[in-house]
Design a protein around this ligand. Structure first.
Ligand SMILES: [Ca+2]
Ligand SMILES: [Ca+2]
Ligand SMILES: [Ca+2]
Ligand SMILES: [Ca+2]
Length: 215
């Protein structure tokens, strides 16, 4: 474990626990995988750039079974109510991304305040909740933190493929500071696994084309 502040330990410890215990893995298979808190591009593809609609949160199924995401919920650090009920089936090893616009639409349908995910650009906590079986209550399943330098224009943060290190994906807005996690030059990857083991080989590759992939 290198260069990790204490803040990461709860979520990382949980992952380690899950990976070390097959039974727990089967029961607690969904993790937070990547977070875009300060979008400056049209990530949700609706034709406009919006600080709320273009935020996104990616989850990953690290278990062995197909999971129905409709029992899972997302929220940030403020208040108690979830910001989005997830939906869809997710296969083992797959990821699913949910955009702020989906949270806004869900909130409209619920008749609650349309705050979206409300991911603070100065840092925030994202919580993954799950409906307790046989109940309407929610239980906390996974927590991820990010800090100010991880939430600048079009910079995401999330797990490395090793599911151990929480890294910066800053190819679209390189981080030159000294805080951890530091710059990787990796591109944000909404809806696909966080595949990047190091700096992008050729910085001259067009960021425009990189962005276009995800529009
Ligand atoms: Ca934000
Ligand atoms: Ca948009
Ligand atoms: Ca917030
Ligand atoms: Ca991803």
């Amino acid at each position: 474990m290198k260069n990790l502040s204490m803040k990461w330990l709860p979520s990382l410890a949980l992952v380690a626990l899950l990976l070390a215990n097959g039974a727990a893995l089967a029961q607690e298979p969904i993790i937070l995988n990547e977070i875009m808190a300060d979008p400056a591009s049209d990530w949700d593809g609706d034709g406009t750039v919006d600080f709320k609609n273009d935020e996104w949160i990616e989850v990953m199924n690290v278990g062995p079974d197909v999971i129905d995401l409709s029992t899972y919920w997302l929220r940030d650090d403020t208040g108690d109510e979830p910001h989005l009920q997830l939906h869809g089936l997710i296969a083992p090893g797959n990821v699913a991304v949910f955009y702020g616009s989906e949270a806004v639409a869900w909130q409209q349908a619920q008749g609650i305040s349309t705050v979206g995910f409300s991911l603070n650009n100065s840092g925030d906590v994202v919580r993954l909740l799950r409906t307790i079986p046989g109940s309407t209550e929610l239980e906390l399943m996974f927590v991820a933190h990010y800090e100010d330098h991880m939430a600048e224009d079009d910079r995401s943060s999330g797990f490395n493929l090793n599911l151990y290190d929480w890294e910066l994906f800053d190819a679209l807005n390189l981080y030159t500071g000294t805080l951890e996690p530091g710059s990787t030059g990796c591109v944000p990857t909404p809806g696909i696994p966080n595949m990047c083991d190091g700096p992008v080989a050729n910085e001259a590759s067009s960021f425009g084309s990189v962005k276009a992939i995800f529009r």
